[in-house]
Design a protein around this ligand. Structure first.
Ligand code: F6R
Length: 242
């Protein structure tokens, strides 16, 4: 695992955005794994800023979101389907038909996991997976206790995660109880993992992921099983690393 210390999220965003644009230049039909939450926002802003001058055609880029809440009404502004549209597909001018988010509707939930796995395989796999990390150590929404081999499935959010994400909703009680998330096994199949972490609140989780024992009780540690991982963290998030 390569760990790069950056000054701030903007600096990380600029570095990763430049790398992603190189990737797309070399392979126009690149498939990206897309994280939501606050962490990758600077990266998406940087991509949008670098695109016009970059001479890169993104019309063939595919994307797969990491996860989705279960049971929000269609079009709910905080559903990850809405967030990906608003923060990624719109600003970058990606082709909406090529961007997928797991189906968190109650009607789709029984088959959504298999369907998503098959779609990722049919797309030729994910070239670069963008990851954030939860303060409880989750990646995707693979909460502590997630099998290292898990595939896309429904999970229950921890109270910690619901508390952390309450800022996006009217109250903590409005944060859904369940999610559908790429599994740790799904994430490990991506060809390159780029994990971003900023701020004190991520320091313990990041140390656990990068240096802790590999364990399903510490889901971020699954990255240690992957041959090509790049971590970009600010000083605060890196402060518990040896
Ligand atoms: C989001 C996701 C989560 C977040 C994590 C950190 O798609 O899968 O693992 O990356 O909860 O969230 P933020 O970035 O909001 O601190």
């Amino acid at each position: 695992t390569e760990v790069v210390i950056v000054d701030n999220p903007d600096a990380a965003g600029a570095l990763v955005a430049a790398h992603i644009l190189d990737l797309i230049r070399a392979k126009p039909a690149t498939t990206l794994g897309l994280a939501t939450g606050s962490t990758p926002l600077a990266l998406y802003r940087s991509l949008a800023a670098q695109l016009p001058s970059g001479g890169v055609d993104v019309s063939l880029v595919r994307g797969f979101a990491l996860d989705e809440y279960v049971g929000l009404l269609p079009g709910h502004p905080e559903s990850y389907s809405s967030v990906i549209g608003r923060e990624v597909v719109g600003p970058l001018g990606l082709t909406p038909e090529l961007i997928s988010v797991p189906d968190g509707s109650l009607a789709g939930i029984r088959t959504a996991g298999d369907h998503y796995e098959n779609a990722i395989i049919a797309a030729g796999g994910i070239d670069l997976q963008i990851l954030g990390i939860g303060s409880d150590g989750h990646i995707g929404f693979n909460e502590p206790g997630s099998s290292l081999a898990s595939l896309t499935r429904v999970k229950t959010l921890t109270q910690q995660t619901r508390r952390d994400n309450a800022r996006f909703f009217a109250s903590e009680a409005d944060v859904p109880l369940h999610c559908i998330t790429q599994g740790l096994g799904t994430i490990l199949r991506a060809r390159h993992l780029v994990l971003l972490a900023f701020g004190n609140g991520k320091a313990e989780a990041l140390a656990g992921a990068v240096e802790g024992p590999v364990s399903s009780s510490n889901p971020g540690s699954a990255i240690q099983l992957h041959p090509h991982v790049t971590v970009l963290a600010d000083e605060a998030a890196a402060s518990h690393l040896a």
